[in-house]
Ligand binder design. Structure first.
Ligand SMILES: Cc1cc2nc3c(=O)[nH]c(=O)nc-3n(C[C@H](O)[C@H](O)[C@H](O)COP(=O)(O)OP(=O)(O)OC[C@H]3O[C@@H](n4cnc5c(N)ncnc54)[C@H](O)[C@@H]3O)c2cc1C
Length: 462
C-alpha cells in the first residue's frame, strides 16, 4: 500500500485494530445527545495525554527485597519455580511492557514451564499477599500484565508456546503465551487452517482471545474469543481445571471476556477454519473529503447508511478508516470475486466520497496477514523487544443508534480544526464491527462475559 507516509503507515499498521479499552467508561455512551461531545472528547484526551504524559516512564530500581518479596521468593524457590528478581541480569528486558508509558516494577516474575508451576506461582503470591497477574504477549494498553501497579508477581507464559491442530476435529491447542504471528504460521502449516484475530503479530493469545480479538476476518468468522471451545486454567486457589461449555460452564462464561479476574489460561482449545485460498486486499486514499467538516460528515453518513441498509453488504466485507486530520484513508478485505467487488460493491460503498483510484489486489491467506502486519509474522519465543509509548482512548457506537449528522459534524469538525493544529502527532482509527450480516454481532450476549455484541463502529484515538 502506498497511500500513507511511512510514519503514519506504521501507526496505521500497529493500531488498526485496537481492542476497545474503556478507561473512561462514561464516554461509552451512544445516546445521540452525548455522542457529539464524546467523540470529540476522545480526541481531546488523546491530544492532551500525548503531549503531556506521552514520555517513557523510568523504572525505579528496588535495591533491597521487601519482606513480602522475600517470603514470595522463598516460597517460589521451595517449589523450584523459575523466577526472575530485580538482581537478575535480564530483569529490565523481562519486565518491560509494550507500552512504556505505564512501566510498573513487579515484586518478581516467574517463567513457569508447567501448569503445576503456574499453580505454585499463584499459591505463593497469595501466601505472600502479593497481587498476581498473567502475561502473554504484554500488549495490554494499560500494562495490566505488569500488574497495573508496582509490586505484583508477573506470571510470564512465554514457555507455553506449543501449537498443534487435531487432524480430525481441526481444534487447535495453543499455549497461553503464543503470539498471533507464530500462531497464524503454525495453523497454516498444519493443514492450511486459520482463525479470526488482529493484525499485530506480537500480540499474545492470552489477552487477545480473552478480551474479544478483532481482525478483518471478524465480520466473516466472529471474534477470536468466539472460537474458544475449551481452556486449561489455573484458578485463584491454585487448582487446575479443564473448562468448556459443559465442564464448569460459569467459568467458561466468565473467562471469555474477563479472564484475568478468574484464572490463568495455560492452553486454549480453538476451533480453526479452512484458510481462504485468496483474499481481496483493498485501500483507497480519500483525503480530498476532508475539505470541510460538512463534506466528510455527509460522506461518512452515506457510508454508514450503506453498511446498515445496502443489499450489497454481507459478512464478506471488512474495512477501517484512518485519519490524522490531513489524511482520510479506507482499507480492508473482501472475501469473494474481485471483479464483482471492484465494479459493484466498492463503487456503491464510496458513493458519497470524491472520486479516487483504489488499490485492489488478490493475495493468499498468509500474504494478506503479512500485508496487514506490514512485515513478517514470525516473532521470537523469548526476548521480545518491540515497544511504544502512547496514550489511547476508544469508544463504541451501536447498530441500534447510528451516528447522526450532527455527531459526525462535531467529530470531523474537531478533527479538522483542533486536530490539524495539535502540537503532538495523533491519529484516529474507525473500524466497522457491525452492519448487515456481521458475524461479530450475530452472537447473543448471554454465552460469554464479553458484552460488545451490538457494536457498529469502534473509534480509537491515539
Ligand atoms: C500494537 C498493538 C496492536 C493491536 N492490534 C489489535 C488488533 O488488531 N485487534 C484487536 O482486537 N486488538 C488489538 N490490540 C489489542 C490487544 O488485543 C489487547 O491489548 C490484548 O489484551 C493484548 O494481549 P496480550 O496477551 O499481548 O497482552 P497482555 O498484556 O499479556 O495481557 C493483557 C491482559 O490479559 C491478561 N492475560 C494475558 N494472558 C492471560 C492468560 N493466559 N490467562 C488469563 N489472563 C491473561 C493479562 O493479565 C492482562 O490483564 C493491539 C494492541 C497493541 C498494543
Amino acid at each position: 500500500m502506498t497511500y500513507l507516509h511511512s510514519s503514519s503507515r506504521l501507526f496505521y499498521i500497529i493500531f488498526f485494530f485496537f481492542k476497545p479499552f474503556r478507561i473512561f467508561p462514561f464516554l461509552n455512551n451512544s445516546q445521540g445527545s452525548n455522542m457529539n461531545s464524546s467523540l470529540a472528547i476522545i480526541l481531546a484526551f488523546a491530544f492532551l495525554f500525548n503531549s503531556t504524559f506521552g514520555k517513557p516512564v523510568q523504572y525505579s530500581s528496588l535495591p533491597q527485597l521487601s519482606s513480602r518479596q522475600q517470603s514470595l521468593f522463598d516460597c517460589l524457590s521451595a517449589y523450584n519455580v523459575p523466577t526472575e528478581l530485580v538482581s537478575s541480569p535480564d530483569w529490565n528486558s523481562y519486565i518491560s511492557p509494550y507500552n512504556l508509558r505505564l512501566a510498573y516494577v513487579p515484586a518478581a516474575l516467574t517463567l513457569p514451564t508447567t501448569p503445576q508451576q503456574v499453580s505454585d506461582s499463584v499459591t505463593c503470591a497469595a501466601a505472600a499477599g502479593v497481587k498476581v497477574q498473567a502475561k502473554s504477549g504484554g500488549h495490554s494498553y494499560a500494562s495490566f500484565s505488569s500488574g497495573g501497579q508496582d509490586g505484583s508477581l508477573i506470571v510470564d507464559l512465554q514457555e507455553f508456546n506449543s501449537i498443534s491442530v487435531d487432524s480430525s476435529t481441526f481444534v487447535a491447542s495453543v499455549g497461553g503465551g503464543v503470539r498471533l504471528g507464530n500462531m497464524a504460521l503454525a495453523l497454516y502449516a498444519q493443514g492450511q487452517r486459520a482463525l479470526p484475530h488482529g493484525t499485530c503479530p506480537g500480540v499474545g493469545v492470552g489477552g487477545h482471545f480473552t478480551h474479544g480479538g478483532y481482525g478483518h476476518d471478524s465480520r466473516l468468522w466472529g471474534l477470536a474469543l468466539d472460537t474458544i471451545v475449551a481452556m486449561d486454567v489455573v484458578l485463584a486457589n491454585g487448582t487446575f481445571v479443564h473448562v468448556s461449555s459443559s465442564n464448569y460452564p460459569e467459568l467458561f462464561f466468565a473467562l471469555r471476556g474477563a479472564a484475568e479476574s478468574i484464572g490463568i489460561v495455560t492452553t486454549f482449545y480453538l476451533q480453526t477454519l479452512a484458510a481462504p485460498s485468496s483474499v481481496i486486499n483493498f485501500s483507497v486514499d480519500l483525503s480530498a473529503v476532508l475539505s470541510s467538516a460538512s463534506t466528510v460528515a455527509n460522506a461518512f453518513l452515506n457510508l454508514q447508511n450503506f453498511v446498515l441498509t445496502s443489499p450489497l453488504v454481507n459478512r464478506n466485507i471488512s474495512f477501517g478508516i484512518y485519519t490524522n486530520g490531513n489524511t482520510f484513508s479506507l482499507a480492508g478485505w473482501y472475501f469473494g470475486d474481485q471483479t464483482y467487488f471492484t465494479n459493484t460493491v466498492l463503487p456503491a460503498m464510496l458513493n458519497g466520497f470524491p472520486t479516487a483510484t483504489p488499490t485492489i489486489r488478490s493475495l493468499g491467506w498468509l500474504d494478506s496477514l503479512v500485508n496487514e502486519a506490514g512485515g513478517q509474522l514470525q516473532e521470537p519465543l523469548s526476548g521480545y523487544s518491540a515497544h511504544d509509548t502512547f496514550y489511547a482512548k476508544s469508544i463504541v457506537t451501536h447498530n441500534a443508534q447510528p451516528l447522526t449528522l450532527a455527531a459526525l459534524k462535531s467529530f470531523w469538525g474537531y478533527v479538522i480544526n483542533q486536530g490539524r493544529s495539535s502540537v503532538s502527532p495523533w491519529f484516529s482509527i474507525i473500524n466497522l464491527y457491525g452492519g448487515i450480516d456481521s458475524q461479530i454481532n450475530v452472537q447473543p450476549i448471554a454465552p460469554s462475559s464479553y458484552a460488545d455484541r451490538d457494536a457498529l463502529w469502534v473509534f480509537q484515538a491515539r
